[in-house]
Design a protein around this ligand. Structure first.
Ligand SMILES: [Mg+2]
Length: 117
């Protein structure tokens, strides 16, 4: 599945399950929605960071099973972050794949000096 398709699939899901959220009648409501999504995104990043903190803190005592379980939790939180990122892109009505490729070209120039010869 390509990013464009992921965005479309998420938007269809959101409009089916959270119809009212997408009823954006004016700019004020749009800004409220932007704010809601960024707070949710940062919340998910916090959940991800908290698990990394625990893995790091308990590293010496983590057995293989615990580590595997923590890794699964990390994956879930990372996907939560991804979902909110996709929703933010949908709110802004942007093609995330296209914007990513534009930014990649910018970064190639920006980080040219770090490139392996
Ligand atoms: Mg979460």
């Amino acid at each position: 599945m390509e990013i464009r398709e992921i965005q479309k699939t998420q938007l269809e899901f959101d409009k089916e399950y959270f119809k009212k959220f997408w009823d954006i009648k004016n700019e004020k409501i749009f800004i409220d929605r932007l704010q809601y999504i960024v707070v949710a995104l940062v919340g998910e990043i916090g959940e991800y960071a908290n698990i990394v903190k625990k893995i790091s803190r308990d590293y010496e005592n983590l057995n293989r099973n615990n580590f595997h379980q923590k890794r699964e939790e990390l994956v879930e939180e990372l996907v939560d972050c991804f979902i909110y990122l996709i929703i933010a892109a949908n709110l802004l009505n942007i093609d995330l794949e296209k914007e990513f490729l534009k930014k990649l070209e910018k970064n190639k120039k920006r980080f040219e000096k770090y490139r392996d010869a």
